[in-house]
Design a protein around this ligand. Sequence first.
Ligand code: 4AD
Ligand code: MG
Length: 466
Amino acid sequence: MPSTIPLSKISEFIPPPSRIPRGLTTEMKGGCKSFSRGSTPCEKVGGFINQEVAIRGWVYNFRSSGSICFLQIRDGSGFTQAIAAKNVVSEKVWQDCEKITLETSVEIIGTVSKHPKREEYELQVKDLSIIQLAEEFPIGKKEHGPDFLLDQRHLWLRVPSQWAIQRVRNTVINATYDYFRQQGFIKIDSPILTPTSCEATTELFEMKYFDLGKAYLSQSGQLYLEAAIFAHGKVFDFGPVFRAEKSKTRRHLTEFWMMDAEMAFYHHEDNMRLQEELVTYIVAQVLERNLNELKILERDIEPLKKIVSPFYRLTHASAVKKLRELGSDIKEDDDLGGDDETLLTQQYDKPIFIEKYPAKVKAFYMKRDPKNPEVVLNNDLLAPEGFGEIIGGSEREDDYQTLLARMKEFNLPVEPFQWYLDLRRYGSVPHSGFGFGLERIVGWLCGIHHVRETIPFPRTISRLTP
Ligand code: 4AD
Ligand code: MG
């Protein structure tokens, strides 16, 4: 067993209340009594130059010269360096410093000073206590393969790059909620257990559902949002969706987070305008809030600064033509494959709307173009720099008989969709909507090749753990 300082002793190192910065303390009510005095988040220590603070966190790196020990501390909010000098700290603290291993949890009391050259702050250690001396951490500084890291996902989440990705993800989530609130949308929580498909029936996770036959895990909340617009006008949902897709690509997960939006009285053009506004808002928020994270990820932010309206627009037909010129063997009636998306988006510095796909390659609910019924009033939105599809959306078929005929063409059973058809019987209106894949957007913004790194615990056809 590694030896640790008993928690009861930690309070000895906490400065008297008068020296604890007010307003920045985290109270631990109940739980461990030793922490009742509070601590300062690493990201805020810069506000306490020459003052004494307590920080709590994990040692993610360290080195010692024999008389000075440098400890890199991470506490969730950020990172800071603590410097312990043998001739300043007590013998006990020095012994503990020498014992420290990677990922040991610690509490440190020290005085804040500014790095002489950089906008960085350090803590001159006065006292240090080990909360738990970590066993040998499996993730080291050497290169690890993706499978090893994914097996260690519960630990890998701690490293700075993974910390940064989740922080960007958090900004994308908050920006989405902010944007929709500003635009007067209502959040509607769509169900996860459903009696029907929404997208391709070949990609459904199915299960036995008591005496009611089969249930499926939702592929998108869209159909339920369509019901909600008749009550609320403009709505969105945001939650996990599931695709039993056999695709083993860098863009596919079996469980991912989707935001669906649906708007009454919106036509195809209005739909695309909203998508463009939402995406530019999200990018601006990430640039405003996450420069440090993007730096850790070594993401070149110049391309992100160019993400402003208007985005590029191509019809499916002209995208196919362009792709063929670029060497793809895509046919006129094909959906774009992953390689096509990469090839096409490498040519552009801003997102590209690809609109009006052949009706036969897209979902049953999409409205046909009155000017050319061979195509639908839909769009995909592809992110530049080779990233590819981040959004899929369309105007919806709003006529009962036409929708019924489309469902029959797609061999869909009418009975479980009757409620959805009903929406075209009671005050049907033109309406449109779209859905984005959170992991695809985060992958693009962070410059991450494979979407599995953008979700805390990825699920793919070959991974269900941890
Ligand atoms: O294009 P999709 O399939 O569209 C829908 O599901 C519509 N019902 C949405 C709507 O209109 N409300 O999926 C939407 C987005 C894609 O553009 C992509 O970003 C993401 O979801 N996506 C995936 N992300 C990760 N792994 C997968 N297997 C994904 N499939 C789709
Ligand atoms: Mg799609």
